[in-house]
Design a protein around this ligand. Structure first.
Ligand SMILES: Nc1ncnc2c1ncn2[C@@H]1O[C@H](COP(=O)(O)OP(=O)(O)O)[C@@H](O)[C@H]1O
Ligand SMILES: [Mg+2]
Length: 391
């Protein structure tokens, strides 16, 4: 679906917002000394299933793992958009940190491999180096020089603090990732990608949709997180299984569908199944995976109050991978970010919390959807143009 991510909204992504790196280091220059560890996004609430894959990743991260001796270990999680690659990587990173395996911290870099303005390895190295505390004026040009400096900074960090985990999210090619390999035997690099990247020589972990049981559990958990007594999934277990199937057992679609039930305590699972099936029918031109997410987006978007729908469209046009409260306010044409509206969009699972307080991001499929909505309507297009001018 990355190809659909074209269009003019990329013009918004230049300039100072175009940081591929979501470490606090880049944005809070005046705060206390940043640590790379701050860059790890929060865990997904209600993370469900994937226990084999988590075990496998932890096996690859284990600094004392026999297979790691002498070799730098790289692991790559691959799969469709919305399948849960980032969520799994983040979950595994938190688990590894909980075991005290990466006292040197976690670096997180979004390579945007499926956007038109992909981040090059050279750009990624710059932001990784900054995250490691290297002053910008000390960062050389050229991918080889940067990679060499990066490895020596990491070696120093290993001596002083310990091993570092580098998460490279959304890689589309081995060239984007290879130069990010740390030196030393204890650091680890984990890449996520829609493609398998066999050229990396990494431990490959292809991620498929959830099992029907996991998908069902995800729905049940999501409802109970919002209201512990909500037993609709168990009470309507057949309809819930059908709902999970209509969502393609795809976590992103499942979370959005669950949010629709959370919003409407009177809606039965069977009613949502009918609505979702109708929405999916209109999208017959899409293949299965895409149809499940698009149908869920569609349904969710159409029920949004006007101010939420508008903010979602503006966020889809926002520059860069994450937006700060300041940028949201400017997009919105207001003095302050509309936090209440943002919170509502988070609950709808259309917006996610970014790395750190007061930061938000859209899943790239939601962004593609939002851009599609804007492009299909002249009035909305103008609204977006005006917001772009404000930024
Ligand atoms: N195992 C899981 N359990 C619960 N929710 C999940 C799980 N995996 C992913 N999600 C949810 O689905 C959404 C999409 O997952 P994400 O990791 O962003 O997909 P990808 O990186 O593969 O595009 C996330 O917002 C997250 O809330
Ligand atoms: Mg992702």
């Amino acid at each position: 679906m990355g190809e659909q991510y074209g269009g003019d909204h990329q013009d918004f992504r230049g300039g100072k917002f175009n940081g591929p790196f979501t470490a606090k280091a880049e944005y809070h220059q005046h705060g206390p000394a940043p640590t790379a560890l701050d860059a790890l996004p929060p865990k997904v609430a209600g993370f469900t299933g994937r226990s084999d894959q988590l075990d496998e990743l932890l096996g690859a991260f284990d600094p004392d793992g026999g297979e790691a001796s002498g070799a730098v270990l790289v692991a790559a999680v691959s799969g469709l958009g919305g399948i849960g690659k980032t969520a799994l990587a983040v979950e595994a990173a938190h688990a590894a940190c909980g075991k005290g395996w990466f006292p040197g911290g976690v670096l997180f870099v979004n390579l945007h491999g499926y956007d038109d303005d992909r981040v090059t390895a050279e750009q990624a190295l710059e932001t990784l180096l900054r995250g490691l505390g290297t002053p910008p004026e000390h960062i050389p040009n050229g991918v080889d020089a940067r990679a060499a400096l990066y490895r020596s900074v990491l070696a120093e960090r290993e001596r002083e603090l310990g091993a570092v985990l580098v998460l490279a999210d959304n890689a589309s090619s081995a060239e984007q990732v290879s130069p990010l390999r740390p030196g030393g035997a204890r650091h680890r690099l984990l890449a996520t990608s829609r493609s398998k990247l066999p050229q990396l020589g990494a431990r490959l972990l292809p991620l498929g949709e959830l099992s029907p049981g996991e998908a069902y559990d995800l729905l049940d958990r999501a409802l109970r997180i919002a209201a512990p007594g909500d037993a609709r999934v168990v009470d309507e277990s057949e309809a819930a299984a059908e709902l999970a199937l209509l969502c393609g057992h795809l976590p992103l679609a499942l979370q959005i569908a669950a949010a629709l039930l959370v919003f409407d305590r009177d809606k039965t699972v069977a009613e949502l199944v009918v609505e979702l099936a109708e929405s999916g029918d209109r999208l017959m031109h899409l293949d299965d995976g895409e149809r499940s997410v698009r149908a869920a987006f569609d349904l969710s978007y159409r029920r949004l109050p006007a101010e939420q729908a508008r903010l979602l469209r503006l966020l889809a046009l926002a520059p860069g991978p994450e937006v700060t409260a300041e940028v949201v306010a400017v997009l919105d044409g207001a003095d302050a970010a509309p936090v209440r509206v943002l919170d509502a969009l988070c609950r709808a699972h259309l917006v996610e919390r970014g790395s750190g307080r007061g930061r938000w991001r859209l899943h790239d499929l939601v962004r593609v959807f939002g851009v599609g909505v804007v492009k299909g309507d002249a009035e909305l297009w103008e609204e977006g143009e005006a917001a772009r001018e404000r930024v």
